[in-house]
Design a binder for this molecule. Structure first.
Ligand code: DC
Length: 227
């Protein structure tokens, strides 16, 4: 079974996806981390961020993999060609360049290919922007998770504080979120948009546990129906 969780940055997708996966015994895939890896590689190689063909070649050549922290079934570590980039892909510099990198069709084609290969290997919760629309249009459960801009900025600041990486300035984070939404929603290829058959969940003012339980229950109901 595939559970697709799409939505803008800071809506709580990562927390929700990881907890749902843990509760249901599914694997989980953070596709935003994959786009961040390509942005990191491009900056390392000082590639021109407007050169879609070059960035596409990088996305095809680099091997992105995920790893576990001991005792945690959810993968939280990220590697590119064996080099750990878990923290390096969360900096403000990456935040600023990743939307440009992820807008290039050759980059998307390479990563969508990898995402389908990974997801087809078992039961997965996959979070991103285009999972329910492009990557897995036949996903059994599709959720479009949103929250107000201010709520998302507050959560992102808290997350950055906890991780010790990225900006902790509320206004800077809010401006970045608004700018990225705009860029992600208006790009020509696979823009951020809810699938027609996605369940829209606004997490503003809701506890994250309620959202997690709601999604788990949808998956369990499908399992029961299939039995
Ligand atoms: O979820 P995130 O903030 O880590 O994602 C980083 C960027 O990657 C985001 O600005 C949009 C892009 N992205 C995308 O275009 N498609 C996805 N499936 C996931 C992320």
């Amino acid at each position: 079974m595939i559970i697709a969780i799409d939505g803008p940055s800071g809506a709580g997708k990562s927390t929700v996806a990881k907890s749902v996966a843990k509760k249901l015994g599914f694997s989980c895939l953070d596709t935003g981390a994959m786009y961040r890896c390509i942005a990191w590689c491009a900056l390392e190689e000082q590639a021109d961020l407007s050169d879609g063909e070059r960035l596409g070649a990088i996305a095809r050549e680099k091997e992105i993999s995920f790893g576990h922290v001991e005792g945690d079934p959810v993968p939280r570590r990220v590697f590119v060609d064996g080099v750990e980039v878990t923290d390096a892909i969360r900096t403000a510099t990456i935040d600023k360049s990743v939307s440009t990198v992820s807008a290039h069709p050759p980059v998307r084609a390479a990563l969508v290919d990898q995402q389908r290969r990974i997801g087809n290997a078992g039961d997965f919760v996959i979070e991103g922007r285009d999972i329910g629309t492009v990557v897995f249009p036949n996903a059994e459960v599709k959720v479009f998770l949103t929250a107000s801009n201010e709520e998302r900025a507050r959560r992102r600041v808290l997350q950055n504080e906890q991780r010790g990486v990225g900006s902790v300035d509320f206004d800077e984070v809010l401006a970045d979120i608004v700018r990225r939404d705009e860029q992600d929603s208006n790009r020509a290829t696979a823009p951020l948009v809810a699938a027609d058959d996605a369940v829209a969940i606004d997490s503003t003012g809701k506890t994250i546990d309620d959202v997690i339980e709601d999604i788990c229950e949808r998956a369990r109901a499908l399992r029961r129906d299939a039995e």
